[in-house]
Write a protein that binds this ligand. Structure first.
Ligand code: SF4
Ligand code: SF4
Length: 72
């Protein structure tokens, strides 16, 4: 399954990534970073299609999706 990676130091809690996710694979978490910004987190990564829209729209390069290698 694909995995979400967040850099909490870069994230400003705008949650644009969550809005951009077509599969609702990620959502707002109950974690905040040291600045008090709400961090996104995995919600249902079964729904992640690997589109990387979350990465593309993040203004702060705070989020990345690691795509699981296809098993042959
Ligand atoms: S990861 Fe990026 S787009 Fe998502 S909440 Fe943090 S700053 Fe905003
Ligand atoms: S890669 Fe696409 S489907 Fe997966 S979490 Fe990011 S926006 Fe959602």
């Amino acid at each position: 399954m694909n995995r979400l990676s967040i850099n909490p130091d870069y994230c400003k809690g705008c949650l644009i990534c969550v809005d951009a996710c077509p599969g609702k694979a990620i959502g707002a978490s109950d974690r905040v970073n040291p600045k008090g910004y709400t961090l996104p987190a995995e919600r249902d990564m079964q729904q992640c299609n690997g589109c990387k829209l979350c990465e593309i729209v993040c203004p702060d390069f705070a989020i990345a999706v690691e795509i699981e290698e296809e098993k042959s």
